[in-house]
Ligand binder design. Structure first.
Ligand SMILES: O=C(O)CCC(=O)C(=O)O
Length: 317
């Protein structure tokens, strides 16, 4: 997979690739020492972490939720300047949504393909509301469960589901790198056909006007919040809740976009003629669909009849 070098690439380079492909891998953003520290600390936490409760979480997969309550090894990564630059451009006004350590155990089946932003009941198409990052702490390979994705699927017309003929890419990458991917990109964890687990961490961000997947005010105790880098615990004027604690707010001098403005990222949906909602292109006010009730759950956002969605009969590219 083509990779951008973290030492020299700019936020704009990353955003260009996100716009065209929906994902991009950047190498060398975490030092070997930081990777080792993170692996070690997560290993300690994983020793007391149960496996998943359903097929989506993975019955042979462990997930470390409330990550910032449990380890300090991702504090700097979560506010890496390149990441914040990209977030500024893609989401504009954002917050940390779901930081999760994911260890896919040997024998785990491929996760169903899904879109991270499908949990929000927004009419499609809409401007980007979720940006995710996957930080591998093990070598991600074809065999051990590297994340799979359908390049360009963030540009699909509303309602389109992955089909067997859609080429699935496997995000093979090394520890120290990161994969950025838009919340509207179809993807999922791979199956693990090896005897070793595959460890990675997702740091998922969402626009400030949507609810985080994890409630950090509850998940991260106040005394730990005090230890976080200023940028990570920034109190934001629009933060919900009385405590006003919030992980990652707007950057630097940036202010929230004017009403109806999603940020500076060009919408990938400008050409669609969606009928039930009216979010087309950027700077459109959000309205909710008037048509038949839709099931917006991430867990139900893919057709069970689709072989691609169930992770079978799909070739790797
Ligand atoms: O573990 C992975 O590679 C991806 C997991 C994922 O997409 C998710 O759980 O939402």
């Amino acid at each position: 997979m083509a990779t951008l070098p973290g030492a020299t690439c700019t936020g704009q380079d990353v955003v260009q690739r996100l716009t065209s492909d929906g994902y991009v891998i950047v190498s060398g953003l975490m030092s070997e020492r930081d990777v080792e520290a993170a692996r070690g600390d997560l290993g300690r936490i994983l020793a007391a972490t149960p496996t998943g409760r359903n097929a989506f979480e993975g019955f042979d997969t462990q997930r470390v939720y409330a990550l910032f309550a449990k380890t300090r090894t991702f504090d700097q990564i979560a506010v890496h300047p390149l990441l914040l630059d990209v977030l500024d451009q893609v989401l504009g006004h954002y917050q940390l949504s779901a930081p999760v350590g994911i260890r896919i155990g040997p024998g785990e089946r491929a996760q169903m393909l899904h879109r991270d932003d499908a949990i929000y009941p927004l009419p499609e198409p809409h401007p980007p509301v979720v940006l995710n990052t996957m930080w591998p702490l093990d070598e991600f390979t074809e065999d051990n469960g590297a994340t799979r994705l359908v390049a360009g699927s963030h540009r699909w017309e509303p309602g389109r589901q992955p089909a067997p003929e859609d080429p699935l890419l496997t995000a093979t990458m090394s520890p120290g790198s990161v994969m950025f991917y838009l919340g509207s990109l179809w993807h999922g964890g791979g199956g693990n056909r090896t005897s070793q687990p595959r460890l990675g961490v997702i740091l998922e961000y969402v626009v400030g006007w949507l609810r985080q997947q994890e409630n950090h005010c509850l998940a991260v105790p106040r005394d730990i919040v005090r230890q976080l880098p200023e940028r990570l615990r920034r109190r934001d004027a629009s933060a919900p809740g009385p405590a006003g604690q919030r992980l990652t707010g707007t950057g630097g001098r940036r202010r929230r976009p004017a009403r109806g403005q999603p940020g500076r990222f060009a919408s990938t949906a400008d050409t669609s003629s969606g009928s039930s909602g009216s979010v087309r292109g950027r700077n459109r006010p959000t309205t909710f669909p008037s048509g038949p009730t839709r099931n917006f759950s991430k867990f139900h956002s893919m057709s069970p009849a689709s072989p691609a969605a169930s992770g079978t009969a799909v070739s790797s590219a």
